[in-house]
Ligand binder design. Sequence first.
Ligand code: GDP
Ligand code: GDP
Length: 437
Amino acid sequence: MARPVIAIVGRPNVGKSTIFNRIIGDRLAIVEDKPGVTRDRIYGIGEWIGRNFSVIDTGGIEIEGEDSLLRSIRMQAELAIEEADVIIFMVDAKAGITNADEEVAQILFRSGKPVVLGVNKVDNLQRMDDIYEFYSLGFGDPVALSGSHGTGIGDLLDAAVHKLPPTVEDEYEDDVIKVALIGRPNVGKSSLVNAILGEERVIVSEVAGTTRDAIDTPFEKDGQKYVLIDTAGMRKRGKVYESTEKYSVMRSMKAIERADVVLVVINGEEGIIEQDKHIAGYAHENGKAAIFVVNKWDVVEKDDKTMQRFTTNIRDHFLFMTYAPIVFLSAKTKQRLNKLFPVIDRVAEQHSMRVPTHVLNDIISDAVAMTPPPTDKGKRLRVNYVTQVAVKPPTILIFVNEPELMHFSYERYLENKIRAAFAFEGTPLRLFSRRKS
Ligand code: GDP
Ligand code: GDP
């Protein structure tokens, strides 16, 4: 299911990225290598009063080849209108209303999209008076914020979440495997879609429902139903957005949110770059099954070590996704294309696999007996009981005496033991510790 989207719009320096980070909080840190990276991330996941949503910091989207600031802000606003369900329009209490603010206000006003006006840098009570002038922008009550102090964020989210549309269930049955192809431009995603749909045993159905953003192609192969979620939707939007790298990343994220299995397509001719990691990391964070597809295998000069070298390279770059299998193929010549579907089926199955509680507990007791948890300040973690509480992704609750005593490395150890027993190939696992003696 795709999350509703809240976009933050406003001219530079009003504090968009500061507020963005406040909204997504520590969720930011999941796969980021360096701490404190702000503008690297323009897309995050937020949660407020039980509602999940995506947040876009449009300020982080550089419009390539655009040197005029005003035009750039305008395009960011238009993009937000296109993408978002609710827009947070940010202004600066210290600076007052500027021409650029009025420009943005007009664009937003014309769009008819729900807008929440956030007045930032209201760092103290004296500045509360400064927010009244912003009524003139025509978006109702401004919400006073201080990104520096973290105040007002709750009020802002109350207002924004209140304007979100109701959640809609995805339109496919549970037994349909939803597959998204993601990857940088030119890695061969469209070619792969065509190659898959052109296969003899593939029966493409009428397109039942097309969602707002992606083009879905339902099809059947050997009795199994699938849907390809294509990010092709982005192509029709024209060159400006398409050339904007971070924008295309954003589009992929929407496809990922709706998918069960994500094919991370990599160009076999080239190496792996940072952007590949961001996209793949998003699949991981969202608990999706993933497969690395190394495409253009036809043009790679091969010897008997090439596949191993590629594998090592991928493993080095995607340390957090060692569970994802790797398929080498060529969309163009269809060489090894037949390897793909068995892997898709396998990881989809593992993604929704349920392990019986007693078996899980046997594995964990053995693991604990073999390597007991280390002590911490004289206390020792005790693992009492383990149970799987969800699928897609498999989610395991570990009941312990004191959750704070569960260290990352021990959790990793337990995860490895679980994987050694049940594989869970292609799928992330979620482990949570809860107190229960
Ligand atoms: P953006 O360009 O709109 O994303 O703005 P940034 O989030 O990068 O913030 C611009 C500047 O304003 C930075 O120097 C921030 O530290 C500062 N800033 C952000 N929020 C506040 C605030 O609530 N109060 C004050 N005084 N400064 C802030
Ligand atoms: P997309 O932007 O990821 O959808 O990539 P396209 O499917 O448009 O492919 C980009 C270019 O790579 C096109 O010129 C394709 O013909 C070429 N291409 C795609 N797959 C392969 C492949 O398996 N082998 C070779 N040699 N070229 C390919």
